[in-house]
Design a protein around this ligand. Structure first.
Ligand code: KG4
Ligand code: ZN
Length: 361
């Protein structure tokens, strides 16, 4: 714990950017430490549509936020009046979903007379890598950051919790979105990422040579739409005239499906390896990165984790990966990032109230 961070008290985190309603309490004075983290998922609501339906998500947040808040304060063993600040994910996300969390956070902060700290959800995914670590985040900064979720895939220069600069990003689909689409094509459920990972365990990663987008020689941008299309053709065959496919996943054996899943995952990992290595090599200069920091739903994937660890060890850097339970959307990372922001940043946050912005989750 640094002197600057002391006496911050108990920070409530609220996360409603997409399809998880989440509340958490972090003790900002103790390392900081997560006292409670409660997540109400909406997977069952969206599964029939194989994707998140924004209107359903917003309505479910309205119903689930107060029970989730109650569960979090009970788990932490505190009263609302014990809180010293409210941190809320205010961007990016589905606008209707964001508004539910923001409205609740503003109301709580105003009623309790405590600061409101707006948090960038994607930056919180990155900083989740420091939850449950004894050493302060600053010791590992500057770092190369990698956020991979259902809505974002990007590489960052992290100079500090309030200083995160994008170096490159996907020019089309996020990798999580590609995982989910590939899973749907293979006849798996929603969200497909974890199910595809399971299926890939029994497959041959070299069965299909799926494309890895290099873009130009120095680009740190990524692209996964070609990979998605390649999976479409592997599952359904090349369409006949008029774009009609001759088959779907039911025509494939379990082994054939597992081979496609494993080859997809292999190509995804190869793209990450290529772009992360480039980012490290291009960084140069005296202010070299001290670590690779990664978070977001797809970082829960074991092959992706192993890939990042491999790149880090090749370059003699530590790989700081968000603990798996803090990879997918959660409010602990929101409250945790609130506890890391320097006090002037928190004060600034109060002076300029957060706005909901329309963006991808
Ligand atoms: O970070 P997150 O919960 O939500 C966004 O901010 O988008 O990420 C959700 C994404 C989904 O696309 C989900 O399929 C993917 O993360 N995901 C995984 C795994 N667990 C979650 N993808 C691959 N392997 C996993 N084990
Ligand atoms: Zn997320």
């Amino acid at each position: 714990m640094t002197a600057e961070r002391s006496n911050r008290g108990l920070i409530l985190g609220i996360e409603t950017t997409c399809d998880e309603t989440a509340c958490a309490v972090v003790d900002a004075d103790a390392s900081p430490r997560v006292l409670a983290s409660v997540i109400a998922t909406q997977h069952e609501l969206h599964a029939p549509y194989a994707g998140v339906v924004p209107e359903l998500a917003s309505r479910a947040h309205v119903e689930r936020l107060i029970p989730t808040l109650r569960a979090a304060t009970a788990q932490a063993g505190i009263q609302l009046s014990d809180l010293t600040a409210v941190a809320v994910a205010d961007r990016p996300g589905l606008v209707g979903s964001l508004l539910v969390g923001l409205t609740a956070a503003k109301s709580l902060a105003w009623t309790l007379g405590i600061p409101l700290i707006p948090i960038n959800h994607v930056h919180a995914h990155l900083l989740a890598a420091f939850i449950e670590r004894d050493e302060p985040a600053e010791q590992s900064l500057p770092a190369i950051g990698l956020a991979v979720s259902g809505g974002h895939t990007a590489i960052y220069d992290i100079a500090g919790p309030a200083s995160v600069r994008t170096l490159g990003a996907t020019i089309d689909d996020a990798l999580g979105e590609a995982f989910d689409k590939a899973a749907t094509l293979l006849g798996l459920g929603h969200p497909g990422g974890p199910l595809l990972e399971q299926l890939a365990e029994h497959g041959d990663p070299r069965a299909h040579k799926f494309p890895i987008a290099r873009l130009d020689k120095t680009s740190l941008d990524l692209s996964f739409s070609g990979l998605k299309t390649a999976v479409l053709y592997a599952v359904r065959g090349i369409p006949a005239r008029g774009g009609v496919f001759q088959r779907d996943h039911t025509a494939l054996t379990e082994q054939a499906k597992a081979d496609i899943a494993a080859s997809f995952q292999h190509a995804a990992c190869a793209a990450i390896k290529l772009k992360l290595s480039r980012a490290i090599e291009q960084w140069g200069g005296a202010n070299a990165p001290r670590a690779i920091v990664a978070g977001g739903g797809v970082i829960a994937n074991r092959a992706v984790r192993a890939t990042i660890e491999g790149v880090a060890s090749k370059h003699g850097l530590p790989a700081l990966l968000a603990p798996s339970r803090y990879c997918t959307d959660n409010a602990a990372m929101i409250a945790f990032m609130g506890s890391l922001l320097p006090l002037p940043e928190q004060a600034k946050a109060m002076a300029s109230p957060p706005r909901a912005t329309v963006d991808r989750v």
